[in-house]
Design a protein around this ligand. Structure first.
Ligand code: GDP
Length: 538
């Protein structure tokens, strides 16, 4: 990319405010390097001043006694849910996604609030399970993906093999933007074949990135004079074969989610980070339209709309306050605005919205589409809610997932039923757990996608609601939301199967299944009934 910072700055000055927003997430399998890359992006954007801060903050949290401690215990970070930084007139909103797969529901919803994603792949391991799952979510929404093949300073797969794997496994066109100049013990840097630059180290082979050498091509002395011949031979071959085998970068195809540009790099040694950030600044995408009931909401509309993609309860345990993370879809938001909370049919004054920066929070005076504001509230706002300047419209596409683990709640102290129910309702509103109320019997059943979520529920009920609970096994192992075209058919089905039916927190019926086999069997026996694995939260 031969784009200079000055060019980006000039271009961004002529844009409408939302057009210079880049709202994105990083998806990866644990250990591929997401934290390291996040940190390097924040450093490069001037949002933090020294390396180690992203991790250090996590450690500091462990020793704090306020809500940060709870945050640490629950294993999900709040302060880093959104990190905003500015560089050369471009505002980057980086939305954090919990790395552990047991919290993937949270990640899936966060992905509804981004315009692009960086997929980090470990050069040695290739595409791993979690990367693949998250990628599928991005594909459902046609979110453009930028691929970063990390850790090329270690031995990794052959670059062409890595590119082929992405192309085949993900059925996506790939287009290499940079090439590794050797890997592992032969690692000399990165070759940006578009801008003809050799990114290397003045410390020589294996050193951290600190020099950009403009080159005329692969015969340039700057390359051939320092890089081993065998590495040059391979680079020549890669560039030649790669140039023939993969299509050139096509911005439309990228924005439509059909093509992924691939950057090779090493987050740890700073290679490729600069390329990545410039690419996002230059090629976007800017905030996209948002599908809602009846129509699409466009970012250049005058009126404000936004939706809640995440809620964090009890950030201060002394007050039952919560922060709803709202992604703005259209209009210019100003502090103090009264917005309609569509689900409740009420108006709320947004008096103290918050912007999240890497190191601090600030009152959000003005915000544009693509921005994320934190709205403190006392429980009115929940995941999936839409805020508007009066229009009756719901943003769609925020999924609830069929739980894969079901447990019956056991209360140690029966005097605390009320607190337990309140606590579970609150955590369900955050999206941490789903609750099902069986038609027969009074003990609630909870459902989660990942087993670790259960530990968090126990811990948080103890900490925040002073209520001790445990979980008992149930004979069920999954649930499906039940629907039918005919109301009568549906009622008949629910009545006949009362023993296996429960209501979710919105009183939508679900069927509790004992096995995957039963899902198929019952499905085949009841062709008029739809058993849904996900439900839109509206
Ligand atoms: P996450 O779990 O995806 O957030 O991964 P981390 O950023 O915590 O990285 C996992 C491990 O890989 C850490 O020990 C990092 O220091 C290491 N790591 C990250 N990026 C690189 C890289 O480019 N090269 C090498 N050699 N190690 C890296």
């Amino acid at each position: 990319m031969s784009v200079t910072d000055a060019e980006i700055a000039t271009k961004s000055a002529a844009m409408r405010p939302y057009e210079n927003r880049r709202t994105f997430a990083i998806i990866s399998h644990p250990d591929a390097g997401k934290t390291t890359l996040t940190e390097k992006l924040l450093l490069s954007g001037g949002a933090i001043r020294q390396a180690g801060q992203v991790r250090a903050r996590g450690e500091r949290r462990r020793t704090r006694s306020d809500w940060m401690k709870i945050e640490q215990e629950r294993g999900i970070s709040v302060s880093s849910s959104v990190m905003t930084f500015e560089r050369d007139g471009i505002i980057f909103n980086l939305l954090d996604t919990p790395g552990h797969e047991d919290f993937s529901e949270d990640t899936y919803r966060t992905l509804t609030a981004v315009d692009a994603a960086i997929m980090v792949i470990d050069a040695a391991k290739g595409i791993e399970t979690q990367t693949r799952k998250l990628f599928e979510v991005c594909r459902l929404r046609d979110i453009p993906i930028i691929t970063f093949i990390n850790k090329i300073d270690r031995e990794g797969r052959h670059p062409l093999e890595a590119l082929d794997e992405i192309q085949e496994a993900l059925a996506l066109d790939v287009t290499p933007m940079t090439w590794p100049v050797g890997m592992g013990s032969d690692f000399f840097g990165v070759y940006d074949w578009k801008s003809k630059e050799f990114l290397t180290s003045d410390a020589g082979r294996g050193g951290p990135f600190n020099v950009v050498k403009p080159v005329s091509g692969l015969e340039d002395e700057a390359l051939t004079g320092t890089v081993f011949d065998r590495v040059m031979d391979e680079l020549n071959e890669n560039v030649e074969l790669g140039g023939e085998a993969y299509p050139p970068f096509d911005r439309e195809a990228f924005l439509e989610g059909h093509m992924t540009p691939v950057f090779f790099g090493s987050a740890l040694r700073d290679y490729g980070v600069e390329e990545l950030i410039r690419f996002i600044a230059t090629f976007g995408p800017a905030p996209h339209s948002q599908q809602a009931t009846g129509r699409k909401i466009l970012p250049d509309e005058d009126k404000v709309t936004g939706f809640v993609f995440k809620v964090q309860a009890n950030m201060d345990p002394k007050h039952r306050d919560r922060i709803a993370f709202v992604r703005l879809c259209s209009g210019t938001f100003r502090r103090g605005m009264k917005l309609k909370h569509v689900r409740a049919g009420k108006s709320i004054a947004v008096a103290a919205p918050i912007f999240f920066f890497a190191e601090e929070r600030e009152l959000a005076e003005t915000a544009y589409p693509g921005d994320v504001i934190g709205v403190p509230n006392h429980g009115q706002l929940r995941v999936g809610d839409t805020l508007t300047e009066g229009e009756e419209i719901h943003v769609t596409g925020l999924p609830a997932f069929a739980p894969e683990v079901l447990r019956r709640v056991r209360l140690t102290d029966t005097m605390r039923v009320k607190q337990m129910r309140q606590g579970l309702e609150d955590l369900a509103e955050e999206g941490l757990v789903q609750i099902f109320k069986p038609t027969i019997g009074s003990n609630w059943i909870v459902g989660v996608v990942g087993i670790l979520q259960l530990d968090v529920v126990i811990e948080r009920l103890k900490q925040e609601y002073a209520t001790e609970i445990g979980f008992d096994a149930v004979q069920y192992n999954t649930a499906r939301w039940v629907e039918a075209d005919s109301e009568l058919e549906l009622r008949k089905f629910l009545e006949t199967n009362r023993a296996n039916v429960a209501l979710d927190r919105d009183d939508k019926p679900v069927f509790l299944f004992k096995s995957a086999w039963e899902v198929t069997y019952i499905g085949e026996k009841n062709p008029d009934i739809r058993f849904r694995e996900t439900r839109e939260i509206v």
